[in-house]
Design a protein around this ligand. Structure first.
Ligand SMILES: Cc1ncc(C[n+]2csc(CCOP(=O)(O)OP(=O)(O)O)c2C)c(N)n1
Ligand SMILES: [Mg+2]
Length: 374
């Protein structure tokens, strides 16, 4: 990895293929991509953006308590997630809708989680969920979970065997604000000490709610891991090819037993932090416009057109995204509230007398309303 600052970029803002920064170190990872892979990158980015807008709409219509937008971060997420192998494990924070889509979860379960219908959303141990672990709202805490999981993989003997079907890595996603948390520093310490197969993927979207990144760090964030002995690289996070190639290479290194790796993807949170936030109170409209001009989807569309992709394909994807959003809306409106009694079910792994007592109390309490009516 390069010691100098240049950011890895393959696609310019205008969608031209012009590798810059230490891009050459990663170029071979693009060679295996087929035109079907490139179309899938585009399709995933467009579908998840439409899903994200539907999420905001549904929250505004009272269908969810909260929505966490991902608009603007599609290339960072789709590129990196597409670089992971099926056996790899993924530890997201709470904005990684596109990563979940690529890993194969039914993203309706994100809606169910934010609606309060479920406590966890999806079961990460279910093989159909792509080793996509639960969303984590406690900032940075899951970098420790990811490190612990990677230490477990070492003990299972599935790191550095040289067998591409066996070797496994862990990728964790977190934000610029999270790098100020002690948990992330602790994860770096344990990961570097044990040389675990972790890729730490930072989406620097320039904001931690209303706190801009410049207030949180005097140095570029990709430099932070180096003091812990973790090599790092900064990429243009709005370039899906950079995100794919760089993550693919560093996941390979992690699986191969070369220890932890850190990637800082420069991107931007185009929307609000959550549906409870109003960025017009603190965000600079000029900065916003600067990043809108660097939109990851438009850039990739220009690139695909330059390769000969025509209107039919883009129209087909637009229709697919509309249908996807309509299906999410339809299934959200069909959700029924769960029984309040399920809140006791997974507090402990085994039945517990205090939980049992509280569950019975709630049942009697609920039944008292029926008695009142009778
Ligand atoms: C330990 C902890 N402290 C504070 C919060 C409140 N909080 C929620 S999101 C957030 C900002 C996180 O910013 P960043 O890591 O950049 O991620 P982003 O939301 O930008 O994706 C904060 C401080 C929290 N959820 N957990
Ligand atoms: Mg942030």
């Amino acid at each position: 990895m390069s010691e100098s600052t240049p950011t890895v970029q393959f696609l310019t803002v205008e969608g031209e293929f012009a590798p810059s920064g230490p891009a050459e170190e990663y170029a071979s990872y693009l060679e295996g991509l087929t035109s079907e892979d490139l179309r899938a990158f585009y399709r995933h980015m467009v579908v998840i953006r439409r899903f994200d807008h539907e999420g905001t709409n549904l929250q505004r219509q009272g269908q969810m308590a909260l929505w966490v937008p991902s608009h603007g971060q599609e290339a960072a997420q789709v590129g990196s997630a597409s670089a992971a192998k099926p056996q790899d494990h993924v530890f997201p924070s709470y904005r990684e809708h596109a990563v979940g889509l690529v890993r194969g979860i039914d993203v309706l379960s994100i809606v169910e989680l934010l609606r309060g219908n479920t406590h966890g959303g999806w079961d990460p141990t279910d093989p159909t969920n792509g080793n996509f672990h639960g969303y984590t709202l406690v900032i940075g805490s899951h970098t420790l979970h990811a490190t612990g999981y990677a230490m477990g993989l070492q003990r299972d003997g599935v790191v550095g065997t040289g067998d591409p079907e066996v070797d496994t890595a862990v990728i964790s996603y977190f934000g610029d604000g999270a790098t100020s948390q002690g948990d992330v520093s602790e994860a770096f310490v344990f990961s570097a000490s044990s040389q675990t197969p972790n890729v730490f993927f930072l989406q620097n979207n320039q904001w931690a709610i209303s706190v801009p990144v410049r207030v949180q760090s005097r140095t570029p964030l990709y430099l932070r891991s180096r003091g812990f002995g973790i090599p790092s690289v900064q990429i243009d996070g709005n370039d899906v090819l950079a995100s794919f190639a760089v993550t693919a290479k560093h996941l390979d290194a992690a699986r191969g037993g070369e220890g932890p790796q850190f990637i800082e993807a420069l991107t931007y949170r185009i929307g609000a932090h959550t549906s409870s936030d109003d960025p017009t109170k603190y965000a600079d409209p000029e900065e916003h416009a600067h990043w809108v001009a660097r939109d990851p989807i438009l850039r990739f569309e220009k690139y695909l057109r330059s390769l000969g992709e025509g209107d039919d394909f883009f129209a087909e994807v637009a229709t697919e995204a509309e249908d996807f959003a309509a299906d999410i809306r339809h299934r959200t409106l069909a959700l029924t509230p769960p029984s309040p009694a399920i809140m006791f079910d997974n507090v402990y792994s085994e039945p517990h007398p205090v939980m049992q007592e509280q569950k019975l109390w709630l049942e009697r309490y609920e039944a008292s309303f029926e008695e009142e009516k009778a």
